[in-house]
Design a protein. Structure first.
Length: 314
């Protein structure tokens, strides 16, 4: 069961742009996902790229996520074509680490190669954009791993591949390199013009959040801009003080009267507005109703929200 999730700024930004009816459908899909990823409505599928997966929200929208050791990271939600395009531009862990990542372990090329070394290692002639790289050891990697390793060494993340003179599809690459004598890697963009799009960069929350908290943020939507702002702060920013009026400007709406009258509105962890900060790795450290200011503090990664329950206050 996937009971906790890691948020990213790219996911929150995409969700804020999505139609309003997608929010309820997405919360429902995440509920299915946490109970059973094999639920037929999800069409949960591996994208055959370093723990990247996709699942269906409805007939048009899909989510891209990355399965990490701590929890799944929600990377993007959008229509079918945009979602897969986002996945194509998402770098491998360890190849180009996203800025300010804190919560997730990196999976480096070196570790991948070291773990895959085989005693009966073979060599393959490698060409990258027509330039010979010589005959290189396979180190027991699959065809896909071997090609991606040498493509990424040249800054290439979108490419077509010819194996012994024959172009092969990505679905055919997750096989052994045994018997292969030559690989040609050719950089391309999605139009085949030979120009690569820049990789996606994103930030992760510093602590996984339980489904109930993530669901509250998604369904409410009102506080998504505040969650995005907090998650987008540089990792060295440990404290952020804001005026109530600034919070209202960010969310584009007035705060309820209870936010001005009761500290508990800010300090409660079981109300849906709290999901705006708790789900992205922040908490309320101080509230001054006389000064009309609130201070947020970054949560340590080991903080546990497993006892959270959503009472639905907005």
């Amino acid at each position: 069961m996937k009971s906790v999730f890691i948020m990213t700024d790219t996911f929150l930004e995409a969700l804020a742009r999505a139609p309003k009816d997608i929010a309820a459908k997405l919360a429902k899909a995440l509920n299915f996902l946490r109970r059973d990823p094999r639920h037929p409505s999800l069409n949960y599928e591996s994208l055959h790229r370093d723990s990247l997966f996709s699942f269906r929200v409805d007939q048009q929208y899909r989510v891209i996520l990355r399965e990490l050791e701590t929890a799944p990271a929600l990377l993007y939600v959008g229509n079918h074509d945009d979602a897969y395009r986002f996945a194509e531009r998402t770098p491998e862990w360890g190849m180009e680490a996203p800025p300010d990542t804190v919560a997730a372990p990196l999976f480096s090329v070196q570790r991948m190669v070291e773990r895959a070394i085989s005693p009966d290692e073979s060599v393959i002639e490698v060409l990258v954009n027509g330039q010979s790289q010589g005959r290189l050891p396979t180190r027991g990697l699959s065809l896909r791993q071997f090609a991606e390793l040498h493509a990424l060494e040249h800054g290439i993340r979108a490419f077509v591949m010819h194996v012994d003179g024959t172009k092969i599809a990505p679905s055919q690459t997750d096989v052994s390199t045994v018997g292969v004598s030559r690989i040609e890697i050719i950089a391309k963009d999605r139009r085949g013009a030979g120009v690569e799009e820049p990789p996606i960069r994103y930030r992760l929350s510093t602590a996984p959040a339980p489904f109930e908290m993530v669901g509250a943020l998604i369904r409410t939507r009102k506080y998504l801009p505040l969650a995005h702002l907090l998650l987008s702060r540089p990792v060295e920013t440990a404290v952020l003080e804001m005026a109530f009026a600034e919070v209202e400007r960010i969310i584009g709406a007035k705060l309820p009267a209870s936010a001005h009258e009761y500290d508990a509105w800010w300090r409660a962890t079981d109300h849906s507005q709290a999901s705006a900060w708790l789900s992205v790795g922040w908490k309320v450290a101080h509230v001054s109703r006389t000064r009309q200011r609130v201070t947020f503090e970054r949560i340590r990664p080991e903080h546990d929200f497993s006892t959270h329950s959503d009472s639905g206050s907005v």
